[in-house]
Design a binder for this molecule. Sequence first.
Ligand code: PLP
Length: 390
Amino acid sequence: MKKAYHFLASPIATPVKHTPIQLKSVAVDDSYQGPELTMNLGAIDQQVAQFRRALPQVKAHFAVKANPLPELLRHLKQLGVGFEIASQGELELMQVLQVPPEHIIFSNPIKTPASIKAAVEYGINWFAFDCQEELDKLFTLAPNAQYELRLSTSGVGAVWPLTTKFGMDVNAAKHLINYAAHQNMPVAGLTFHVGSQCTRVQSWIEAIDECKIVLAHMLKSGLPLKLLNLGGGFPCAIAENGPSLTTLMQPLHEVLASLPSEVKLVAEPGRFLIAAAGTLSCQIVSTTTRQQKNWAFLDCGYYNGLMELKEDFGYELKSRRDGKLIPWTIAGPTCDSLDMFDQPFLLPANSAAGDILDIPNMGAYANTCATNFNGFLVPKVTIVKDGANA
Ligand SMILES: Cc1ncc(COP(=O)(O)O)c(C=O)c1O
């Protein structure tokens, strides 16, 4: 027998007399389609040329993690740039684009056995390590390849230091070199990463000085040094009046010239080659005043493209509206309190919901680190070549 459900009848509401509220009209702009990252291939050409001018003796291997969009990788391949990969997924991208294995370095110091095996099968020769466990793993799975030992760095001068997680100090490196030499392991390279967006050339000089100490030890132990990898960290010129990479890297030339001539020099720029090519456009969803501050809530935030606004990179938010610039607290669209940025950004005093903001230099680590958390859109990517659709 069917159970009968009884619902209480709603009480009849006594009509309340409302005083009409004057609402501000809310403009809806149908032409706006959500956050968008516009990547300009022409700017990538310029960055590659700039890197080659600044360090002509160093071969650039683009760090795929900075922006793995196939169109960009294809473009970099056409420009003759090599690649640095960190995972099997990035290796698969290389395979799809038919990047020759000799143009690829596998520089993640900790790798899965499956990724090492796949990389060996593809013919990759150079693998990084920074502990005995990884060295043993490489010698088991890639006995015919060559290995680069990663030294730690101070991280001084970098906006995003990579100091704690990776790298060995010189003494630990010497011990591991002794071990490798004793087992006839093919350790033939040194590498380091000074930290991302590093504006202090001295950090490279200090790291190379440490490499020289380890190099002397390698030679004493019978291991040749064939490769010196200067890592990434080359700074994108976020401030318009910042020095060029050529000026910044000038003091490095003498240090590099002091290395044995048979040592091949490579680097793994990520941000430098790609950041300036990207402008991220997003919209103000709402403005308000909180704690006596002006707040602007955007449709793009920490989780869907603006992660790096948390750090002191110096990004500028350029409103398409004119007006006197004043400090604003910026928040992203999700319900998480991590999704806001403490340092104030300058926006016109009369900023309002619906305004579009353009953020230059967002071509690296923006779309690739964006998620759909809370159901918000990740930036749509459009690829152009100097204004025209590519
Ligand atoms: C091993 C390695 N190489 C290169 C890079 C690229 O660094 P950047 O984008 O600062 O040039 C990274 C970034 O994390 C890295 O981990």
